[in-house]
Design a protein. Structure first.
Length: 439
């Protein structure tokens, strides 16, 4: 926290204490290997969480997502822990109503989260692929939102973080992240290119992957929707005609299984075939009830975590351009509220999210007639020449943080030190709600 304060960031920062970070600090390498901590280890984890809250953390962050692995395919530590450990750390945050909880909940459903929210008086924000619209299971996401709304009606504050954009991944078979949550990929996530090529040729692997797709686990990114996987960039000239066609379409024309089509094409092109998977939130009529839902919070972005595969940055600009201007699902005032004071109130952040005398001047200057976000573009500026996906703002004429202009509409303003502050003072959930209603 002291380092962040000295650094002078361009944005304001709120800090979560991470379950995986705490687990690793206490258990070392065992954090990703051993499910159960000792009693002494759990006590130390609880102490670190309490210490972080005293130090100004906004709350606790955790993940049980089946998709979250570290280097070499090693599971992120929190994902292998028992839910009782997470419950204990939520309890260690302090008195009732203190701090918020962020969780990528994976297969864990709202009923479990509601019990924890009720037991500790915490506001819990869930994110999960199950709460994204999937036309294969059109009622499932709405059911998750409704379950959270029912929890709220019982006095237990459970919310869903919802992305307002289609969820798309750029990937190749050399790093097939959208498939990683399937058991067939568990032993091969750390394999190099040559090892992967050997595995992808193996009929037993193909059969295992096919079996996974016949009964996908809740929360998995890819659920066998081959019509959502497009060949974006074939490598060989003779495959140029496959560009912009779906794997389902190619397989149908060839009279073959889509999985075999995908793997054989990848093997032919040394696993470098560029692919795009548009897996969730791709149908506006199905997404609109979610972005309007009382249990939803427009706040979900990977914030750079998966830039090799996708870029969710700019979801707010997409919301203003698509859902407000183009689709008319919200008027401009409500659209802005859903991106500003709604979140500030739920997170208990005082003096933010509104233009008001005495409040902090965090402002976005935009043109409602043109605001939006560019299509994704690939750049190769990561260490070692690695590629990442970026998107550019449209119709933005300035960003101000604490009254200082940090973006002029074209580029970041060069400043000796950024004006961002570390946010370390938060209102308890009920107090924040009352303050928000009063304003």
């Amino acid at each position: 926290m002291d380092m962040l304060r000295r650094g002078g960031s361009y944005v304001n920062l709120g800090v979560l204490v991470g379950h995986s970070a705490v687990r690793t600090a206490v258990m070392g390498d065992d954090a990703s290997l051993r499910q159960e901590p000792t009693a002494a280890e759990l006590a130390e984890m609880k102490r670190l969480v309490a210490e972080a809250m005293v130090g100004g953390a906004v709350g606790l962050g955790a993940s049980y997502s089946l998709n979250h692995s570290g280097w070499g395919g090693v599971p992120m530590p929190s994902t292998i822990s028992d839910i009782s450990e997470f419950d204990a750390l939520v309890g260690a945050m302090g008195g009732r109503g203190r701090g918020v909880v962020e969780i990528s909940s994976g297969p864990i459903m709202p009923d479990v989260m509601e019990e924890i929210a009720a037991r500790h008086g915490r506001r819990i924000f869930m994110s999960t692929a199950v709460a994204l619209y999937n036309e294969q299971y059109p009622e499932r996401a709405l059911g998750v939102f409704d379950a959270c709304a029912a929890a709220q009606a019982r006095g237990n504050e459970l919310y869903i973080q919802i992305t307002c954009q289609p969820l798309s991944f750029d990937f190749t078979l050399a790093s097939a992240y959208p498939f990683y949550s399937h058991p067939a990929f568990d032993p091969i996530k750390a394999y190099d290119r040559e090892q992967l090529k050997t595995v992808f040729c193996d009929p037993s692997f193909r059969d295992a992957f096919r079996a996974d797709l016949r009964n996908p686990k809740p929360g998995t990114v890819f659920q066998g929707t081959w019509e959502r996987v497009t060949v974006a960039a074939p490598v060989k000239p003779e495959n140029a005609g496959l560009a912009d066609r779906t794997i389902a379409d190619i397989a149908r024309e060839a009279g073959r299984d889509p999985l075999d089509v995908l793997l054989d094409l990848g093997l032919e092109e040394n696993l470098d075939t560029g692919l795009i998977g548009r897996f969730f939130n791709a149908v506006d009529d199905g997404v609109e009830p979610l972005v309007k839902h009382k249990a939803g919070v427009i706040a979900l972005s990977d914030a750079g975590a998966h830039l090799v595969y996708l870029c969710d940055a700019g979801f707010g600009l997409y919301f203003l351009g698509h859902w407000v201007r183009e689709r008319g699902a919200f008027d401009i005032a409500e659209g802005v509220r859903r991106l500003t004071s709604h979140q500030a109130g739920l997170y208990g952040i005082p003096d933010r999210g509104r233009i008001a005398v005495g409040a902090c001047a965090d402002l976005l200057l935009f043109d409602p007639a043109t605001v939006g976000i560019s299509p994704p573009r690939r750049v190769t500026d990561l260490p070692g020449g690695g590629a990442r996906t970026l998107r550019d703002p449209i119709g933005v004429h300035g960003v101000f943080v604490n009254g200082v202009r940090v973006f002029d509409g074209k580029d970041y303003v060069r400043l000796g030190k950024g004006p961002g502050q570390v946010l370390d003072r938060f209102l308890p959930a009920r107090a924040a709600q009352m303050a928000s209603a009063a304003q």
